[in-house]
Ligand binder design. Structure first.
Ligand code: NDP
Ligand code: 2IT
Length: 456
């Protein structure tokens, strides 16, 4: 990084800023993409508010506080020695201790974790809770591994990770490939190594400090955000058809809440293909999916053997199905430009992102140009980390809130995030640019804290 390159720091326009970012972070395409999306909407705001520009806040905010990279060595069931790479990207702790998930997937790279950590910083700010931004994970593939192999990996990873985290320092949680099983192994090992029982991880089991509704929070929160956008436009989710992608934690609970509120969810997917059930994935069918994914760790293709009238589409994504609402809940860049166009051609009225950065930049621009309701991930999926924040509060207080209490706080947080997006994103024509609203609202709180700290 060329911190002392004066000319770069005299950048006053977007292109100059992005060229510098690319030069400092070569080849980190996902990170470039996330920053470009944010900087594009923020730059006019920063230019209007010279204090942020003069203090180089965006330049500083796009440089992580620190990155820890380490080897995780473990032994598989056949006695072979395996080695993986793991990271913790501690992005920004201006408004609270570092907070963000861990991802286990073979596609994990530093670029992916930097994009996620950067987004997390703004998302956590939006929740209104005192949480900084971080992300971590490993290029470990949990698919096809036995429980004992996953346990040995988690325990080995924690031997290094525990030095860098703590209940007031950095609090990891789940993400792709890291659910209740992995958090339990990680927390159990953290507790042994630190000889303390504190809430250093969230998403824990209910018997050992977990919060009710944390499992459901991201999916439920995404549906609450979608309903807020629809109600703001005089509409409702009731009676709408929805395409959900993925079949993991976020997808399952998005389907559950959407169905409960009277919508008809017609698709689910995994990395092999998608299922289409025009009759809707009701509570009974969803119970099958939960058991399939959470207990048997099977593939979504099995759905069609069980439920008549449904079809499986190998190698394809759900966005070709005509629906009112799209909820991408699998992974980044899972809606490309052509798929965005297809959704629009088929009359989609809302896209609400459960996954992080699921839409490519050109697709996001197409949604904005079409003036549909477009809820970007940092606003729409903030319910997960928000309830993680509530889990931390309960751990500190040494008590547990009821399901109703947590759900009601989650609904209030999602309503407040929607309100902040409207405050900063409403145009004179009555439309709301939720991307702009979320980016500015998330930025301002972190930026004000950084300004207050001086040159840090
Ligand atoms: P899970 O591991 O529970 O499920 C992930 C799902 O997405 C699986 O169906 C998986 O299919 C699919 N998927 C993952 N990677 C790919 C890929 N490269 N291509 C196609 N499909 C893929 O993860 P979560 O549900 O927890 O996370 C899903 C998304 O939501 C991620 O973007 C995550 O960052 C985001 N998120 C999660 C939160 C949480 O609390 N868990 C909070 C906020 C956002 P397969 O089995 O074939 O891999
Ligand atoms: O992307 C996310 O917000 C998460 N994976 C949840 C992070 C958390 O700390 O609960």
């Amino acid at each position: 990084m060329q911190v002392d390159d004066q000319s770069e720091y005299e950048c006053k326009d977007l292109q100059c800023f992005l060229r510098g970012l690319e030069r400092r972070n070569p080849g980190e395409l996902e990170f470039h993409q996330a920053v470009e999306e944010v900087a594009t909407t923020l730059m006019p705001f920063i230019q209007e508010h010279r204090k942020y520009q003069d203090a180089q806040i965006l330049e500083r905010m796009t440089e992580p506080d620190r990155v820890v990279i380490f080897r995780v060595t473990w032994e598989d069931d056949s006695g072979n020695i395996r080695a993986n790479r793991a990271w913790r990207v501690q992005f920004n702790n201006s408004i609270g201790p570092y907070k963000g998930g861990l991802r286990f997937h073979p596609s994990v790279t530093l670029s992916v974790l930097k994009f996620l950590g950067f987004e997390q910083t703004l998302k956590n700010s939006l929740t209104g809770l005192p949480m900084g931004g971080a992300k971590g994970g490993a290029n470990f593939n949990p698919k096809g591994k036995s429980d004992r192999e996953v346990m040995r990996f988690c325990q080995s990873m924690m031997i290094e990770l525990h030095r860098h985290i703590g209940e007031d320092t950095d609090i990891p949680a789940g993400d792709i490939g890291v659910g209740g099983r992995e958090i339990s192994y990680l927390f159990g090992q953290y507790k042994r190594l630190s000889n303390r029982f504190v809430g250093t991880l969230t998403g824990k089991g209910l018997a050992f400090g977990g919060s009710l509704i944390r499992t459901e929070a991201t999916g439920y929160g995404c549906v609450y955000f979608c309903e807020n956008m629809l109600v703001h436009k005089g509409e409702s989710i009731k009676g709408k058809s929805i395409a959900v992608s993925g079949a993991g934690n976020v997808s399952i609970y998005a389907v559950e809440k959407a169905t409960e509120l009277g919508a008809r969810v017609v698709t689910l997917s995994d990395s092999d293909g998608f299922i289409h059930d025009p009759n809707g994935i009701d509570a009974e069918k969803l119970a099958f999916v939960k058991e399939l994914k959470e207990v048997r760790r099977g593939r979504i293709a099995e759905y069609v053997d069980k439920f008549r009238g449904s079809t499986y589409h190998p190698g394809q994504r759900p966005w070709i199905v005509p629906v009112d609402i799209a909820m991408p809940c699998a992974t980044q860049n899972e809606i490309n430009f052509d798929e965005a166009q297809t959704l629009l051609r088929n009359g989609v009225i809302a896209v609400c992102e459960g996954a992080n950065m699921p839409t490519v930049l050109a697709g996001a621009h197409a949604f904005a140009a079409a003036n549909i309701l477009y809820g970007p991930s940092k606003a729409a999926n903030a319910g997960g980390v928000a309830v993680s924040g509530l889990e931390q509060s309960q751990n500190s207080l040494r008590l547990s809130w009821s399901r109703e209490e947590v759900d009601s706080k989650l609904q209030t947080i999602m309503r407040d995030i929607h309100k902040k997006c409207v405050t900063y994103g409403a145009s004179s024509g009555g439309n709301v640019d939720y991307v702009k609203g979320a980016n500015i609202a998330g930025f301002v709180k972190v930026a004000e804290a950084m300004l207050a700290y001086g040159v840090v």
